[in-house]
Design a protein around this ligand. Structure first.
Ligand SMILES: Cc1cccc(C)c1Nc1c(-c2c(F)cccc2F)nc2cccc(C)n12
Length: 233
């Protein structure tokens, strides 16, 4: 059985990705509001809009720190960000939801999501996904790499130079594969389970687009950044 070992270059790449992933977090004042603001449907939706907006900001900062991303064609950089925003945000919010948040916050956030005027048809897949990510007990290296791999998906709409994106994504997939073998030696199919989450993520794009439309129809206000990244308004 060949010994799986992380090379020096792979270790350097992993440190860069994890550092970028942890550098940007949702500001404390936003998460503090979770406990303070009252519970009206409007108030809850406003809070979620604020969290979503800061998640997009966190996503953009993380993406800019992915080695090689800023050397891609500029229009392709935008196409990758817009094409992966929903998936990357679901991934990050799932990780925050299931691990990072202080005990009480998780229940409060869940309550606010359930009472923010969002229809059940979105709430169910959302929490199913959160649960399935939580059950993986990913370490931060896996979370950061999986998010970077999601962002560097070559076949997003309007990406011109797909090969250039593949050249960045490939080494990350290789590295994640090695990490999974090292982190979960008793679970040979763990890497496959992680990639399975990416397939589940793609289905959530559809639900999210539906929710955006229904929020618009109910005249919910979005921030300029959310309008920009999801081409609404
Ligand atoms: C922050 C949050 C957490 C859980 C559920 C929801 C609905 C939100 N909020 C939004 C999300 C969103 C996200 F930020 C992460 C995950 C899944 C998402 F639906 N997308 C958008 C887009 C326009 C407005 C909002 C309020 N919004």
């Amino acid at each position: 059985k060949e010994k799986v070992a992380i090379t020096k270059e792979q270790d350097a790449l992993m440190k860069l990705i994890v550092e970028a992933y942890n550098k940007h977090q949702i500001p404390q004042d936003v998460t503090k509001k979770l406990l303070q603001e009252q519970y009206s449907t409007e108030e809850n939706f406003l809070l979620l809009t604020e969290i979503a907006t800061s998640q997009v900001q966190v996503l953009v900062e993380f993406t800019k720190n992915i080695p090689g991303f800023l050397s891609l064609d500029h229009e392709d950089q935008i196409a990758l960000l817009k094409g992966s925003a929903v998936e990357a945000m679901f991934l990050r919010s799932a990780q925050v939801f299931s691990r990072k948040m202080p005990k009480g916050h998780t229940e409060v956030l869940e309550e606010r999501i359930r009472k923010s005027g969002i229809s059940e048809e979105f709430i169910t897949p959302l929490f199913n996904f959160y649960k399935s990510v939580g059950e993986l007990h990913m370490v931060q290296e896996e979370q950061a790499l999986l998010t970077a791999i999601t962002i560097l998906t070559p076949d997003r709409p309007y990406v011109k130079d797909q090969q250039a994106v593949e050249r960045l994504q490939e080494p990350m997939v290789e590295l994640l594969k090695k990490l999974c073998v090292l982190q979960h030696p008793q679970e040979p199919q763990y890497f496959a389970r992680l990639l399975g989450r990416l397939t589940e993520l793609r289905t959530l794009n559809h639900y999210h687009a539906e929710m955006l439309t229904s929020w618009r129809v109910n005249d919910h206000k979005f921030t300029p950044l959310l309008c920009e990244i999801w081409d609404v308004q």
